[in-house]
Write a protein that binds this ligand. Structure first.
Ligand SMILES: Nc1ncnc2c1ncn2[C@@H]1O[C@H](COP(=O)(O)OP(=O)(O)OP(=O)(O)O)[C@@H](O)[C@H]1O
Ligand SMILES: [Mg+2]
Length: 253
């Protein structure tokens, strides 16, 4: 099954919002998705109601070789599963280094436990290309890059493209990727300029679906809900449903 890393080294661009709502959209299609929170900020864990108070009960316990991935899975009421994170996860590189064993740890674990034989896996990454995000990219076959339509968005996207190209030399294969525009405000000229620039640079790898700036998407985390449970008729819910349809019909998912 597909494993997708949701990554952009730029902060606050909608990685967690996209990971959570794409997972929720997959659950609505009864595809039994699993979200892995690989960000020590543990926002996805908090929003999905799966946060844990002890680091060992999070994905950090897996890196410490105390727990299997399966043991860490939590089922949510919304119908998807989550492996939560914890701020202790930020110690991974200082504790275990940056060698190939630790960088491939998530991939090895997923394969050994055959989690890749189940529903799709969505990995929410932190805003940094360090050991954790490399774990996500190495474990996944595909990378989904949210880009918010603000100043420096294109510069950040180009930086990321260069990083992915460098990684392809190590992986010896092309990292399949899609860029998705988030926080799109059609009233702003800058938003349209960014769309044009990204289309020029990324062509078909830029999703047609744009996630609009939507107040329900801003509010839903405060209620510990994904957009479909919080505001099923909102533009945000429609956009994430469209995004799933586009990713599925283009064979990315
Ligand atoms: N389309 C949207 N409309 C309105 N608000 C949004 C939208 N997408 C994200 N947000 C809000 O923007 C903020 C940042 O989003 P999010 O946490 O998903 O970004 P992130 O890339 O995961 O951040 P970080 O890099 O810190 O992990 C959050 O408050 C979120 O609710
Ligand atoms: Mg996040």
């Amino acid at each position: 099954m597909t494993i997708i890393a949701v990554f952009n080294q730029k902060g606050g661009v909608g990685k967690t919002t996209t990971s959570l709502n794409l997972t929720a959209a997959l659950a609505r299609k009864e595809m039994e998705p699993l979200a892995i929170d690989l960000d020590p900020q543990a926002h996805l864990s908090a929003i999905s109601g799966t946060a844990v108070s002890i680091g060992d009960n999070s994905i950090f316990g897996f890196y410490k070789e105390l727990k299997s991935l399966e043991e860490l899975v939590q089922q949510t009421e919304a119908g998807y599963r989550v492996i939560p994170s914890h701020f202790e996860l930020s110690k991974v590189d200082s504790l275990f280094g940056k060698g190939p064993k630790v960088i491939n740890r998530l991939k090895t674990g997923i394969q050994a436990e055959m989690l890749d034989q189940g529903g799709p896996i969505v990995i929410d990454c932190c805003p940094m290309l360090g050991v954790l995000s490399l774990n996500a990219i190495f474990a996944s076959s595909k990378v989904l890059v949210p880009i918010s339509t603000d100043f420096l968005a294109v510069k950040g996207a180009m930086q990321l493209e260069r990083s992915l190209k460098a990684l392809e030399h190590v992986l010896k294969k092309r990292v399949e990727r899609r860029y998705v525009i988030t926080r799109f405000d059609s009233r702003r000229k800058l938003s349209w300029e960014i769309v044009e620039q990204l289309r020029d640079k990324f062509g078909d790898e830029l999703c047609e679906t744009r996630i609009a700036e939507n107040v329900s998407l801003t509010e839903s985390p405060a209620y510990n809900r994904d957009i479909f449970r919080h505001a099923p008729h909102s533009q945000g819910a429609k956009d994430y449903e469209f995004l799933l349809e586009e990713l599925a019909s283009s064979g990315f998912l």
